[in-house]
Design a protein around this ligand. Structure first.
Ligand code: S3P
Length: 170
């Protein structure tokens, strides 16, 4: 089984992912962590020093590498499904699961928590919420292509895992 978690920044992909992998007896990959291992730099450093386009190319390369493996849970980055044909490649090679939250919920999860996120590190309060609103609207076209959509906003991590297991039971 191959599972890819997708969703906006702060949607808990990197928290749910490892737990799901353990519960399902699958390997775990975090796309950002794989990129960091490859470059030796943090994502923030890579985007700051080399630019976002360079980062997106690397992200795509690593995505293809991981999707070629078997038996894994992959936590993608928030932007991964929204570049190139990544969402189609994800859907073709794995069961994609979108952890969906509304703007207000994402704002609550992200506020005070932006330092390590280069796209929003400079934002807080009202401007942060406005940015999330616009950005989520743009990205939803891609996220909505996921095979499974979990409305995660009112669920605990355990409930999210239980819901995912309903779709991954083999
Ligand atoms: C990004 C999300 C980040 C990381 C990079 C870009 C995005 O991952 O890949 O900063 O474009 O939304 P998380 O969703 O794990 O924060």
């Amino acid at each position: 089984m191959k599972i890819s978690l997708i969703g906006y920044m702060g949607s808990g992909k990197s928290t749910i992912g490892p737990e799901l992998a353990v519960l399902s007896g699958l390997d775990y990959y975090d796309l950002d962590a794989e990129i960091e291992k490859h470059t030796g730099y943090t994502i923030t450093e890579t985007i700051f020093n080399k630019g976002e386009l360079y980062f997106r190319k690397l992200e795509r390369e690593k995505l293809h590498e991981i999707l070629a493996k078997d038996n894994f849970v992959l936590s993608t980055g928030g932007g991964t499904p929204c570049y190139y044909d990544n969402i189609d490649v994800i859907n073709k090679n794995s069961l994609s699961i979108y952890l969906q939250y509304n703007v207000k919920e994402l704002f609550e999860r992200l506020k005070g928590n932006t330092a390590e996120r280069p796209l929003i590190a400079h934002l807080e309060g009202e401007p942060l919420q406005e940015y999330i609103g616009k950005h989520l609207f743009e990205r939803s076209t891609y996220y909505d292509k996921a095979t499974v959509v979990i409305k995660a906003g009112k669920l605990s991590n355990l409930e999210i895992l239980k819901e995912i297991k309903n779709y991954t039971h083999e």
